[in-house]
Structure formats: C-alpha cells, structure tokens
Design a protein around this ligand. Structure first.
Ligand SMILES: O=C(O)CCC(=O)C(=O)O
Ligand SMILES: [Fe+2]
Length: 364
C-alpha cells in the first residue's frame, strides 16, 4: 500500500522583515468602519456586513477588514520578500522593467520616473505581479521565482477568499444577485488584477519641505478595489467629502480597502472612488523606508464601464440613469491602460484627460 506523506511546503530562508514600531504621534485619524470577514459564512452574517458596508461606502470609500484568513506571519513573509526584491541591485531590477509607456505595468517600476515638483522626482519603487494564469507569464528575479508557489498561494487566497467575499457584499449593498460582480472578476479571464510590492524611500527634511510633505498627490485608483496590507509607517491619508485629509491608521491584523474608479463608473457615482494620497511620515518615522504589500482588483478587460440598470438601490436613489455619458463605450481594460500610460511621466497637473474625453483629477 502506498504511504501518503504530507510534506509541508519548503519555506526558503530569507532575512525576516520586522515591522517597525507605530508612530507615537496622535495624528488626525479617519473614522472608518471595520468589517469582520469571519461573519461572512455565519447565518445572517453577510447581510450584517453588507449593512455596515452601505453605511460606509457612499461617503468615504475606505474601510478596514479583519479575520481574512491569513496569519500575521504569512503577511510578514510577503513584506520580507518585498524587501528582498527592492534590495536587489538596480541593474538586476531594471531587467524586469514594466512597459509603462504603453500602459503595461507588470514588473518593475524604478523610482524617479515622475517629477513631483520641478527638480524633485518621485521616490517610489514598485514591483507588480499579474494574475497567475498562462496569459500573464513573464520572467521575474530569482528571489520571486524561488518563492513562486508561496506568492501564488497568497495572491490566490486574496482573490478567492477575500476579494470574492467583498464583491458579494457589494452586490448585496446594491441588492443585485450575489454573483453580479463575481461574473466580471473571474480569475481565469484577462484583467489587470495584480499583486504589488512597493517601497517609498525616506526623504530628507529639506526634500519634504520642498514637496510640502506630499509624496504622492491625491488620486483615485483605477480598478474596482485596492487592498493594502497593514504597514506601520503612517503616511496614507484619505480625503473626506468635506475636503479634509485624515490619516488611515495601520491597525494590527487588518487590511485597508478602498473603492476605485471602475465601481464608481458602474454605479454612476453611488460608490465613491476614494481620493487618497501619501505624505511624509511623522518625525519619529521620518528615517524609515516605507514598504507596502497591496492587491489591486480590476474588472475583466472587456467590462463596459456603464452604469448598472438592474440595481433596485440605484433605481430608488436615481443613480440608474446615464447622467454622465462620458464612459459609454469605454472598457475597464482601456481605462486602466490609459491611466497607467498617462501616469508615467505626469507633471503636477490638477486635471488630466485620460481617454475618450474622460478626465482624472489630482489633489494637493
Ligand atoms: O502606499 C500607500 O499607502 C498607498 C498607495 C497608493 O495609493 C497607490 O499605489 O495607489
Ligand atoms: Fe492609490
């Protein structure tokens, strides 16, 4: 009789990332709803979560989730890998450069492509890993290839266990069939969903002063949702409907989620694509590089970005009309690629025409 041997996946050794301490500064934190995703599979739990979500989303478009089925250790491993990737020599990283100029962004984005203010470049490195399907196969640095299975398991968990639940909750908020958004976010189909490692290099006090402390101008994200794994350097701010900037607190064992453009287009503005920015960290974190692990959710490429006409909620509230016909004929794939391409070497403009007359705004 054959013996079944269960072998634990090899955990290849890499230097461990230790989260930095949180700031001691009492910052002006945003008051955001927290969804406990462990309720999702309990009797009546989805409905409770959907109610919590509807209270949150048409105001600010940012919320937290907890109990999402990944341990802190698994999350920290991704931060360790993130650091390993950016510790590689520039000559190695640049071999995997993304085709940003043509709206492609999978692979490496070096720091310094964009001028934030005359003479001051951005300080952000990015490494984007697309869906783990044959269509998106590409070469990666050895440290990623050697940990491929672990990264894939992590990213697929995010998509199938976390994003799936969130997309069901959004359908419930709009009183649509539960699978409405799942049907336009199918994993095997082509879409620009991707997993991201990110590093903001620390800046000098002089550079921060020259930048008025703004590292990434206020913007909206391009797809459906963005998930940010908790990282302790306080720098992310969300803009309230009243136009104030509030810090997003990095709560332990939480993920910060924000709504992005595609969901705003699909709901004719009922779901708000949240405006957020990244600023210089407080003085007790000023000497730290800021690492990030994120997952960007985007609709399938051929999804037309027209307002839904079958949501009783949108109907009741008058959001079912094509009040703004600007996005008619625009697909999610076109929108994302156009925004990426326009973003590469953007200089500090307030408003920018992206594609087919649809504009994006940037905020100080
Ligand atoms: O680094 C962050 O906290 C936010 C990043 C962000 O807004 C983005 O990459 O679109
Ligand atoms: Fe963003």
């Amino acid at each position: 009789m054959a013996t079944n041997t269960i072998t634990a996946p090899a955990v290849l050794s890499i230097p461990q990332w230790t989260p930095v301490p949180e700031t001691q500064y009492d910052l002006d934190w945003a008051d955001l709803v927290t969804l406990d995703l462990s309720k999702f599979d309990t009797l009546g739990g989805k409905e409770v979560l959907a109610q919590q979500l509807s209270d949150a989303v048409n105001r600010i478009g940012f919320f937290y989730i907890t109990h999402f089925g990944l341990t802190q250790e698994q999350v920290d491993r991704q931060f360790s890998l993130c650091k390993q990737v950016f510790d590689l020599p520039e000559t190695e990283k640049i071999r995997y450069r993304a085709d940003l100029e043509n709206g492609g962004y999978n692979g490496y984005k070096p720091a310094g492509l964009r001028e934030l203010k005359p003479g001051i470049k951005d300080n952000t490195e990015i490494y984007n890993i697309p869906k783990f399907t044959p269509e998106y196969a590409r070469d990666h640095p050895a440290v990623i290839r050697e940990h491929w299975d672990e990264i894939e398991r992590f990213a697929r968990h995010v998509h199938f266990e976390i994003v799936r639940k969130l997309l069901v909750l959004f359908a419930l908020v709009l009183k649509l069939p539960e699978d409405h958004f799942l049907n336009i976010h199918r994993y095997p189909e082509n879409s620009d969903c991707h997993f991201r490692y990110m590093k903001y290099h620390r800046r000098t006090a002089q550079q921060n002063a020259d930048l008025d402390n703004v590292w990434a101008k206020g913007h909206t994200d391009f797809g459906s949702l963005t998930l940010l794994f908790r990282q302790p350097v306080a720098a992310l701010q969300v803009r309230t409907p009243e136009g104030q900037w509030k810090y997003v607190k990095p709560y332990p064992e939480s993920i910060t989620v924000n709504i992005a453009d595609a969901l705003q287009f699909l709901t004719n503005g009922f779901l708000k694509s949240s405006i957020h920015r990244v600023v210089a960290p407080p003085p007790d974190q000023a000497d730290l590089d800021r690492y990030g692990v994120l997952y960007f959710v985007r609709p399938e490429d051929d999804t037309e970005l027209v307002p839904l006409d079958n949501s009783p909620v949108l109907k009741r509230l008058g959001y079912d009309q094509t009040l703004d016909s600007a996005t008619v004929g625009l697909t999610a794939g076109e929108w994302v690629k156009a925004r990426v391409a326009r973003n590469v070497s953007r200089v500090g403009k307030e408003e920018e025409s992206i594609i087919k007359g649809v504009k994006a705004r940037y905020y100080d």
